[in-house]
Design a protein around this ligand. Structure first.
Ligand code: OGA
Ligand code: NI
Length: 359
């Protein structure tokens, strides 16, 4: 039986309150409602409770302390081929930088709705700063239990002028301090693709733009009926994700589509996943894998992904170096901004976005 709606909602337009007035799901959560508003009820097949298998396996955990060691590069490439997801430890980003950006995330979401609302789609003075809720509320059949602040990096100057003061320094520091290890990861990955070095051309193609999101998943009254984030793969080249100690991120196992694996929080670690752009550029050798976030009934959770992306104006397709040996291209050349537009035009739908680039 569908849960009844709390009386408080008889007079409240939930979508208006959460989406348009800037209260987000954090605002809904703080009303203390006892049942989930119907707009958030996901179809049965999308709920976490109906997932057939959650297995006690682990995605690889890679120690980056000796990142010049070829064994480390091999482990990175193997993980990108076989799992699409791995965690890294001893990656060189100081623990204070991680702690500071987590604190900054709580600080931003702790602001009243009027302040956060200044950065909403309707009100933000720039497209590069966007506060919102769910994923793509106008395109989705059911909403997702998540609020976010999304920051597209253009320059230090622009960030200093436009990003919210509650989090800009910490978000920028996290991005800067992550740059070295991101390059190391990409260098290792492209070597296996027959690319000699991360020269300017490859840099623009693989990491020509960056976006950092601050995600907030508040306590949910009926976590079993909804999702924090629905099934999707990222459209990035690589995603570099910091999560707090709550947990709830699940990854689909390659070649075993009924099986989902939890990504346990490890203090100081960073979760890395291959995105669609790298799957396309590697002609399918590296895999972008479906993942989702479970809503939580008793704890607020945050995460901070850095999406390492091609430039919006880049044309992406299988790299010439990959096809040199005569391998047939599986994907065509697409304008990256078209690919991203296609992603946001629909609700989360697993790995379907990549069809856009299939030959
Ligand atoms: C995402 C995502 C996972 C998380 O933002 O694309 O998958 O743990 N986030 O928040
Ligand atoms: Ni994701």
């Amino acid at each position: 039986m569908a849960p009844s709606i709390s009386p408080i909602f008889d007079s409240l337009d939930v979508t208006n309150f959460a989406v348009h007035q800037g209260n987000g799901v954090k605002g809904l959560s703080e009303l203390g409602l006892k049942t989930l508003p119907k707009q958030y009820i996901q179809p049965l097949e999308e709920r976490m409770s109906s997932m057939s298998h959650i297995v006690p396996e682990s995605i690889p955990i890679i120690d980056m302390a000796n990142w010049d060691d070829p064994k480390v590069s091999d482990a990175i490439c193997d993980a990108a081929e076989k799992w699409g997801f791995f965690q890294i430890i001893n990656h060189g980003v100081p623990i204070e930088v991680l702690e500071d950006v987590k604190k900054a995330t709580h600080r931003f979401f702790g602001l009243p709705a009027e302040k956060k609302g200044k950065y909403s789609k309707e009100n933000s003075s720039t497209n590069n700063v966007r506060y919102g809720t769910s994923f793509s509320p106008l395109a989705e059949k059911a909403l997702e239990w998540k609020d976010y602040l999304s920051l597209f990096y253009v320059s230090d100057h622009e960030a200093a002028a436009r990003w919210p003061s509650q989090c800009k320094d910490q978000a920028l520091e996290f991005m800067k301090r992550s740059d070295d290890v991101i390059r190391r990861l990409l260098e290792a990955l492209i070597k296996r693709l027959n690319v000699k070095e991360l020269d300017e051309t490859h840099e623009t193609l693989l990491m020509g733009s960056k976006r950092i999101n601050l995600n907030y998943y508040p306590i949910c009254p009926n976590p079993e009926l909804t999702v924090g984030v629905g099934r999707h793969s990222d459209v990035s080249t690589l995603t570099f994700l910091l999560q707090d100690d709550i947990g709830g991120l699940y990854v689909r196992k390659i070649d075993d589509s009924e099986t989902w694996i939890h990504v346990p929080p490890i203090n100081g670690s960073i979760v890395i996943n291959v995105g669609d752009a790298l799957q396309i550029m590697s002609n399918g050798r590296y895999k972008s894998v479906e993942h989702r976030v479970m809503a939580n009934g008793s704890k607020n959770r945050i995460s901070v992904p850095i999406f390492v992306n091609p430039k919006p104006s880049a044309i992406i397709g299988p790299l010439p170096e990959v096809l040199e040996s005569g391998e047939k291209p599986v994907y065509k050349q697409v304008l990256y901004s078209d690919y991203v537009k296609y992603f946001f035009r629909k609700g989360h739908d697993g790995k379907d976005t990549v069809e856009f680039a299939k030959i």
